[in-house]
Design a protein around this ligand. Structure first.
Ligand SMILES: *Cc1c(COP(=O)(O)O)cnc(C)c1O
Length: 382
C-alpha cells in the first residue's frame, strides 16, 4: 500500500485551462488584452460590482487601491493583527503606518470593538480581511469608523463569498481578491480589484499601467500612431497577462461548483468531527456565505491530548498536511522591531497564531481522502 499524501491545498486546473492558454499564445497577444477584459467583466458580474480591474496579485492590488486613494506618508491604515503579512506590508509600501486591531478568535476576523481605540485624526483607511473565505463583520466595522475613512476589503480568500446577502468585493470602497494557487480559483499569480466608484476606478486603471492616460490596447487600436498617452501621475506596471486572463475565465466559470463542493465537505467535516472535544470547527455564517478558502480549526489548548504542533506533526507523519491558519503579523520581526510591539498587545491574534490549524479542504480531494483525514484526527486522542 502506498502512503497517502493529502495536500493542504491543490489547485483544480487541468485540460480546460491548458486549452485556454492556446488562443493568446497563437495570436501573440500575451499581455493585458481581450482575455483580461473579458475576465474583468465576468468577475464584476459574478460579484455584483460596477468595475473589476485585474492585477498581478492581491498584494499589488491592495497597494494600487491605497495609492489611488492617496494614502501616503503621515497617514494611518488600520489592519487586523491576524492576517497574511501582505495586508500590512502594502501600507508600508505607501509610506503610511499600519495600525493593528485585534481579531475575534471565534471568526478570526477584525474585531470592531478593538478598532474603536485605534482611530485617530490620521486614519485614512481600514482594511478588513475576509479571512479563509468568511466575510468580516462589515456592519459592525462601518458603525465605529468615521465616514471619511476608506474601506478596502482584503478579499484574497473570498471570491464568491457574501455578507448579509451582499457579495464580497462590493462591501467597501474597493475589494481586492487573490488568484494565488492557495485560493479557490487561480491564475498562477494574479489578483482583482472591485469597486463601484467610477473615479477611483479611473485612477486605479491609469496607475496600474504606469500612470498612462490610455491603455496599450486603446493605443494599439487608435487612429494616430504618433499619439502617446499622457503621464500625469506616478503609476506602476501591475497588469495581468492575457495568458492568466484566459485561465481565470475558465476558473471563474467553476467558482460556484468549487464553493458548493467545499461547503458540502465542510459540513461533512463538522458532522464527522463534532465529537472531537478538543477541536473547534468553523461554521457557516448567519445571513451570508462562507467561500471556504480554508477549513481552519482551533485546537483547544486545555483539552487537546497534546500540543497543537505535535498534533500537526502526527498528522504529517500520516501524510496529511496541515498549517497554522495564518500568522500574527504584529509578532513578525519586521513589525515587532520597527514599531516596538509586544506579542501580548494583541492577545487574540497571538492565540490564533498558536492554536489555529487548517486541515485539507480543496477541489482535488476524494471522499476517501476526507474519510482518511477524519480517521487520523480521531486517532490522535488514543
Ligand atoms: C493570499 C493572501 C494575500 C496575498 O495574495 P497574493 O495574491 O499572493 O498577493 C493577502 N491577504 C490575504 C488575507 C491572503 O490570504
Amino acid at each position: 500500500m502506498h502512503k497517502r499524501q493529502i495536500h493542504i491545498s491543490l489547485p483544480a486546473t487541468g485540460e480546460e485551462e491548458w486549452q485556454a492558454v492556446r488562443e493568446p499564445i497563437m495570436s501573440g497577444w500575451l499581455t493585458q488584452g481581450p482575455k483580461v477584459a473579458e475576465f474583468e467583466a465576468q468577475f464584476a458580474k459574478a460579484h455584483d460590482v460596477k468595475h473589476a480591474l485585474a492585477v498581478t496579485s492581491c498584494t499589488t492590488g491592495l497597494h494600487l487601491a491605497l495609492a489611488a486613494m492617496g494614502v501616503g506618508e503621515g497617514d494611518e491604515v488600520i489592519v487586523p493583527a491576524f492576517t497574511w503579512v501582505a495586508t500590512a506590508n502594502v501600507v508600508l509600501y505607501c509610506g503610511a503606518t499600519p495600525v493593528f486591531a485585534d481579531v475575534d478568535p471565534m471568526t478570526f476576523n477584525m474585531d470592531a470593538d478593538d478598532v474603536v481605540g485605534k482611530i485617530t485624526e490620521k486614519t485614512k483607511a481600514i482594511i478588513p480581511v475576509h479571512l479563509f473565505g468568511l466575510c468580516a463583520d462589515m456592519d459592525a466595522i462601518r458603525k465605529v469608523i468615521p465616514p471619511h475613512v476608506k474601506i478596502i476589503e482584503d478579499a484574497a480568500c473570498a471570491a464568491g463569498a457574501s455578507y448579509q446577502g451582499k457579495k464580497a468585493g462590493g462591501l467597501g470602497d474597493a475589494g481586492v481578491f487573490s488568484f494565488h494557487p492557495r485560493k479557490s480559483i487561480t491564475t498562477g499569480e494574479g489578483g482583482m480589484i472591485t469597486t463601484n466608484d467610477d473615479a477611483l476606478f479611473e485612477q486605479m486603471n491609469m496607475m496600474r499601467n504606469h500612470g498612462a492616460s490610455i491603455s496599450e490596447e486603446q493605443r494599439h487600436k487608435g487612429a494616430h500612431p504618433y499619439l502617446l498617452p499622457a503621464f500625469n501621475l506616478l503609476g506602476f506596471n501591475y497588469r495581468m497577462t492575457d495568458l492568466q486572463g484566459a485561465v481565470g475565465l475558465v476558473q471563474l466559470a467553476k467558482l460556484e461548483s468549487f464553493i458548493s463542493e467545499r461547503a458540502n465537505w465542510a459540513a461533512w467535516y463538522r458532522d464527522q468531527l463534532a465529537d472531537v472535544a478538543w477541536l473547534r470547527l468553523p461554521d457557516e455564517p448567519a445571513g451570508g456565505r462562507h467561500a471556504w478558502q480554508a477549513f481552519t480549526t482551533w485546537v483547544e489548548p486545555e483539552r487537546a491530548p497534546m500540543p497543537r504542533n505535535d498534533i500537526m506533526d502526527a498528522l504529517q507523519q500520516r501524510g496529511i498536511a496541515t498549517r497554522p491558519g495564518t500568522h500574527a503579523v504584529h509578532m513578525l520581526g519586521l513589525y515587532r522591531d520597527r514599531f516596538g510591539i509586544r506579542a501580548d498587545d494583541f492577545p487574540a491574534a497571538k492565540a490564533c497564531d498558536a492554536h489555529t490549524m487548517a486541515i485539507p479542504l480543496h477541489n482535488r480531494m476524494t471522499a476517501d481522502d476526507y474519510a482518511y483525514v477524519v480517521e487520523c484526527i480521531k486517532g490522535i486522542a488514543s
